[in-house]
Design a protein around this ligand. Structure first.
Ligand code: BG6
Length: 494
């Protein structure tokens, strides 16, 4: 049986590290009660505000919104191929047109502006720049991003670019086996260097790879994402290593080709470990768990070594790696982007090795529309705090946070997505706790600016602050867009 069979497509995040570690949920041993009293806010405005330099953005990715998949000599990506393979996408849709952002980017920049957003995280489509993955760059593809950047800056919106949000050129999949080959990591670095040289006069923040663990586990483990493969454990571990290597090589390429002031880091969906009860023992246990359960990604990126437990658990299936590889993987970064959706584990301290217990989730645990998206707003506090505490990260951006919702228009045609507002409000309250305690979070990018092509869920899963009618391409603000505008406005005057 494949290691991921029987799991929903998102459960990988909670077990990504634990599979490699052989750690399973054990019986809970409760921590001690905290006797200290919570502090009472004395100044309401202070208690609800963010730092004055805080950036308020929104986020999207190329394949999910651009459409125009054949325009201007764009090459085919693994997602074009995957989405056109029968049986892969729930509603049988694809992203050939998606939000047609390629032609409507000016209108979309105005959607951001209408909310008062000051930043925007988008991704560059590798197959637009190098249609075959390597070789001669395609100036027409690059020009789209030149136009987009100019439009953003003219509207006072700071661009944050992601280099890889999963749309690998199909040619690299066909010729090299995609991320199963180290040569893909090298090709990624060449592409990263080229894009950086061309765009870093206007983009100062560059993310290398979006969510390494999802592209590895869903792309090569369960096969629900492109390229739709189900590799055995050793090969899967090698893919994971090559992806981490690609991140490190890209960091070096950005440094080598970026203008002065260009900053670079990953955008990760860290396995978030929340202390079940906030006691010193549980907090420490959650930190140990954070380090171990992120061993294949953030831990090796930030420490330059695979943990002993990770290697022991992988055994003969451990990836082939050299000291030079891990040095590259841990090339110094300027910030970490965190995609925070849900708590992956609630942790209690334990006397046995490794010093923590992962509490099993009761079947009754509440979730948002997607069953994997358990409601745990405190994840938004603990994830960045642990980055800062465990690894001393000094600059953090929340690069995604949001939920899909049913988003049925009401009789008056408006979308009253009060469930999304409830979700965002509560996560933001915990983010505010983090910043008020000095956790260095510098910006927030909710997912997503607008409804888009949600990977294997197709066009029916809606995460946007703006509703998109995919037949007419009409964008309509949901109530959550008004909520977000209010959040930004309040903090602008705080
Ligand atoms: C994140 C991705 O994992 O989750 C986004 O970076 C994605 O691209 C979002 O759209 C929602 O995920 P899903 O699986 O519900 O489409």
């Amino acid at each position: 049986m494949m290691p991921f069979e029987g799991l929903s497509r998102r459960q990988f995040s909670g077990i990504a590290g634990s599979l490699a570690l052989g750690i399973s949920a054990r019986s809970a041993k409760s921590g001690q009660a905290d006797s200290s009293k919570p502090a009472r806010p004395t100044n309401r405005r202070l208690a609800s505000s963010f730092p004055s330099t805080f950036l308020w953005g929104t986020a999207t990715s190329a394949y999910q919104i651009e459409g125009a998949v054949k325009d201007d000599e764009r090459g085919q990506s693994i997602w074009d191929h995957h989405a056109h393979t029968p049986g892969t996408i729930l509603d049988h849709s694809n992203a050939d047109h998606a939000c047609d952002h390629y032609h409507r980017y000016k209108e979309d920049v105005q959607l951001m502006k209408a909310m008062g957003a000051t930043a925007y995280r988008f991704s560059v489509a590798w197959p637009r720049i190098f249609p075959e993955g390597v070789g001669s760059p395609n100036p027409k593809g690059l020009d789209f991003y030149n136009r987009l950047l100019d439009e953003l800056l003219a509207n006072g919106i700071e661009p944050f670019a992601t280099l890889y949000h999963w749309d690998l050129p199909q040619s690299l999949q066909d010729r090299l086996g995609g991320w199963a080959s180290r040569d893909t990591a090298k090709a990624f670095a060449d592409y990263a260097g080229y894009v950086t040289a061309q765009l870093s006069d206007r983009v100062k923040h560059i993310f290398t790879i979006n969510e390494c663990s999802r592209l590895v586990h869903l792309g090569y483990g369960t096969g629900s994402d492109a390229p739709g493969l189900r590799l055995p454990q050793q090969e899967l571990n090698q893919v994971r290593h090559n992806v981490a290597l690609g991140h490190g090589l890209a960091v070096q390429a950005v440094r080598a080709h970026g203008r002065v002031g260009t900053m670079v880091g990953p955008a990760e969906n860290m396995v978030t470990c929340v202390p079940a009860i906030e006691t010193p023992a549980n907090v420490r246990a959650a930190e140990i768990a954070t380090r171990e359960l992120n061993a294949g990604y953030l831990t090796v990126m930030l420490e330059g070594q695979y943990t002993d437990a990770f290697l022991a658990s992988a055994g003969n299936n451990a990836p082939k790696s050299t000291a030079e590889d891990v040095n590259i993987i841990s090339s110094p970064i300027d910030f970490v982007g965190l995609n925070v959706y849900t708590p992956d584990h609630y942790v209690v301290a334990a006397d046995n090795e490794p010093g923590f217990t992962l509490a099993p989730f009761p079947a009754s645990f509440p979730h948002m529309e997607p069953t994997w998206l358990r409601i745990g707003p405190e994840a938004m506090y603990w994830a960045p705090r642990q980055l800062a505490e465990v690894w001393g990260v000094k600059s953090i951006y929340i690069t995604e946070n949001g939920t899909s919702a049913t988003d049925e228009p009401a009789i008056d045609g408006r979308v009253y997505d009060v469930d999304r507002i409830m979700y965002l409000r509560n996560y933001l309250m915990h983010l505010q706790r983090a910043t008020s305690e000095g956790v260095p979070v510098q910006g927030y990018f909710p997912w997503s600016l607008m409804d888009n092509f949600e990977w294997s869920d197709g066009l029916e899963k809606r995460y946007g602050l703006y509703h998109v009618d995919f037949k007419t391409q009409r964008r309509t603000p949901k109530l959550s867009a008004s909520f977000y505008r209010e959040v930004i406005a309040r903090n602008a005057v705080a």
